[in-house]
Design a protein around this ligand. Structure first.
Ligand code: ZN
Ligand code: ZN
Length: 175
């Protein structure tokens, strides 16, 4: 399973971060991993706690029921981001419940700087793949992802040529 492999490298990397050395990092690999719904667009990953345990009461990985990651992050293009997502959720699992300053400082210790900045483009990627129509420019081939048809009423921002509706599923393989 791709996710399990990524999780393993994340834990290995975390074991090498000195600021985390007093925390039960090695226990993180006992947390069950899962996937979010394929059509989720807002959530990228989540740390779910055991029944009856409140966010503020998390003391370690044993209080975590599972960590779920968006399946679209498991494709080759996004696996570095998936690793960062796991790192983020694992910090929650270690007892850092909110996104306060301490949390953000720890989050910034993830060594893959580029992956730390991929959230915005991944969000865009999710919205694009959720779109039903691509308003396509016949001249420059630029695509505008939309949920409704444009019916030729809109023009390419660059070429000022009327955009043509192309059904999104027809051109994009289901990832
Ligand atoms: Zn979080
Ligand atoms: Zn164009």
């Amino acid at each position: 399973m791709v996710l399990a492999g990524i999780a393993k490298t994340v834990v290995t990397t975390m074991l090498q971060i000195p600021q985390l050395s007093l925390l039960p990092v090695a226990e993180l690999d006992k947390i069950p991993l899962g996937r979010l719904r394929r059509d989720a667009t807002r959530l990228h990953a989540v740390c779910r706690y055991q029944k009856g345990i409140r966010k503020s009461e998390i003391s370690g990985p044993a209080d975590v029921r599972c960590v779920d990651v968006h399946p679209a992050a498991l494709t080759e293009d996004w696996q570095r981001y998936a690793a960062f997502l796991l790192y983020h959720e694992y910090l929650h699992a270690l007892g850092f419940a909110g996104h306060d300053r301490t949390f953000r400082n720890l989050e910034a210790l993830w060594p893959d700087e580029e992956a730390r900045a991929m959230g915005k483009s991944f969000g865009k990627h999710l919205r694009n793949r959720a779109a039903k129509w691509l308003w396509t420019c016949p001249q420059c081939a630029k695509e505008y992802a939309r949920n409704r048809r444009g019916k030729g009423r809109y023009r390419c921002r660059q070429c000022s040529i009327a955009l043509v509706d192309v059904k999104a599923e027809a051109v994009r393989p289901k990832a």
